[in-house]
Write a protein that binds this ligand. Structure first.
Ligand SMILES: [Fe+2]
Ligand SMILES: [Fe+2]
Length: 377
C-alpha cells in the first residue's frame, strides 16, 4: 500500500512539474512562423587584433570579449623573440594547450606532487599544462617562435593570469626577502609590476639541470609530437591528425585535430555530439558553413590567422578555396573525440526510410556513400 501511495505521489509530482517538462517538448516541434534568435557571429580575425607588444614578444587573444560565442574555449597567438621569456605564471581557471607553428621553445612546468619537467618544443609539437600548474616559456632561437595557446574556458584572459613578478613585487618586501633568502636591495631589483613577456638571454642548446638538481622527468609527459605523427585518417582530399586523451594521457580536458585540405577538398558535413569546436587557420583559405537548426545557416570565409567557433551539435562543413592547400587546427572542449558525419548517418538507416525521408528513388539511395568520407577530394 505504501508502495502504491508513493507511486501515485510520484506520478502527481511529475504532473505538477508538467509545465517544466512540457515546455522543452513543445519547443522541439517546428512551429510555422516562429521567430528564432539569429546565429551569433562565429568569426574573429585574431592576427589583425591589437594585442600586447613588448621587447621579448607579443600576444593576441580571442576570448568571449572578442568573440562572444566562444564561451568554452579561448585562444592566444603568441610570438617570442630568441631569448624572449613568457615569465613564470599559472592560470587559475583554465588548462593550457599549445601547438607550435614556428621556431623553438623551452618550457618548464611543475605539478602539485612536486614533479617538474623541462622540455623543448618545435614546429608541430603540442604541450598541455593542467589548470593551476606553474609554467614558463623561453624561445631558443634561431629566429622567432610562434605558437597558438588554447584554454578550456572562453572567459580566460592571458592578460589576467598569475605572474611571478606581479606577486613578489606586490608583497611586503620584508616578507619577500625573508621567504626568498635575499637582501632588501636584491628584492628591490626585481621587475616591478607584471613583466608578462620579457627579454632574456638565449638559453644554452643543452638544457641546464633544474635548480633542485632533480633530473627526474614527470611521469606524465607534457609533450606530444602531433605534427610528427602519421595521420590517423588519410583521405583523397586530405588528412587529419587527432590528439585526444587516448594518445596524450595528461591532456584531460581538450582534444586537438590538425587538418590538411588539398585544393578543392570538402571536409564533409558533420557534427560533434560532445564538444564545441574552435578553429585556427594556419595557412590557406576556406569557407565554413554552420547549421544551427530552425532554418538558420551562416557561411564565413577564413584565411591564415582567423578563428572560427562552432557550437556543440551544430552541423558544419569546410570547403577549401584557393590554390594553396589549407591547414587548420581544430580544438574541442572534451578529451574524447566524437563526430557523426552525414554520410555515416545516411548509411546507418534502411534504404526505404531514406527514400521516404528524402524523396529519392531506391536507385538514388543506392548511390549514397556507405561510410563517413572525412575529407572529400
Ligand atoms: Fe600559460
Ligand atoms: Fe568539425
Amino acid at each position: 500500500m505504501d508502495f502504491t501511495r508513493r507511486g501515485l505521489f510520484g506520478a502527481a509530482s511529475v504532473a505538477a512539474a508538467g509545465l517544466a517538462v512540457a515546455i522543452p517538448e513543445a519547443q522541439a516541434i517546428p512551429k510555422k512562423g516562429a521567430k528564432h534568435e539569429p546565429l551569433q557571429n562565429f568569426k574573429f580575425d585574431i592576427e589583425n587584433s591589437e594585442g600586447w607588444f613588448g621587447e621579448g614578444g607579443s600576444a593576441k587573444q580571442a576570448t568571449v570579449e572578442e568573440l562572444p560565442v566562444s564561451e568554452s574555449i579561448a585562444g592566444v597567438s603568441m610570438r617570442l623573440k630568441p631569448g624572449g621569456l613568457r615569465e613564470l605564471h599559472w592560470h587559475a581557471i583554465a588548462a593550457e594547450w599549445a601547438y607550435v607553428i614556428e621556431g623553438n621553445v623551452r618550457a618548464t612546468v611543475i605539478a602539485p606532487n612536486g614533479q617538474a619537467e623541462s622540455a623543448d618544443f618545435g614546429p608541430g609539437d603540442v604541450w598541455f599544462f593542467p589548470k593551476g600548474h606553474g609554467h614558463a616559456l623561453q624561445c631558443l632561437g634561431p629566429g622567432d617562435s610562434h605558437f597558438i595557446l588554447v584554454f578550456d574556458d572562453g572567459h580566460f584572459s592571458e592578460f589576467g593570469t598569475f605572474s611571478i613578478t606581479d606577486w613578489i613585487t606586490k608583497t611586503d618586501p620584508a616578507v619577500a626577502a625573508k621567504v626568498m633568502g635575499l637582501s632588501a636591495e636584491a628584492i628591490a631589483r626585481i621587475p616591478k609590476g607584471e613583466m608578462y613577456i620579457g627579454q632574456g638571454k638565449v638559453p644554452p642548446r643543452v638544457p641546464e639541470n633544474l635548480r633542485n638538481g632533480d633530473p627526474s622527468t614527470n611521469q606524465f609527459p607534457h609533450k606530444f609530437r602531433l605534427g610528427a605523427m602519421p595521420p590517423q585518417h588519410a583521405y583523397a582530399g586530405g588528412q587529419i591528425r587527432i590528439v585526444s586523451q587516448k594518445e596524450f594521457p595528461i591532456q584531460n580536458t581538450v582534444t586537438g585535430a590538425l587538418q590538411d585540405l588539398h585544393p578543392g577538398a570538402i571536409r564533409e558535413m558533420h557534427w560533434h555530439p560532445n564538444a564545441d569546436e574552435w578553429q585556427y587557420y594556419i595557412k590557406g583559405r576556406a569557407r565554413v558553413t554552420i547549421f544551427g537548426a530552425h532554418g538558420r545557416v551562416a557561411t564565413e570565409e577564413f584565411g591564415a590567422g582567423h578563428v572560427a567557433f562552432i557550437k556543440q551539435g551544430f552541423g558544419h562543413h569546410v570547403e577549401q578555396i584557393g590554390s594553396e592547400p589549407t591547414q587548420f587546427l581544430a580544438m574541442f572542449n572534451s578529451p574524447v573525440y566524437e563526430e557523426i558525419s552525414l554520410s555515416q548517418w545516411l548509411a546507418a538507416n534502411p534504404p526505404s526510410m531514406i527514400a521516404d525521408n528524402l524523396g529519392l528513388s531506391v536507385s538514388e539511395v543506392e548511390k549514397l556513400p556507405k561510410r563517413s568520407q572525412g575529407i572529400i577530394g
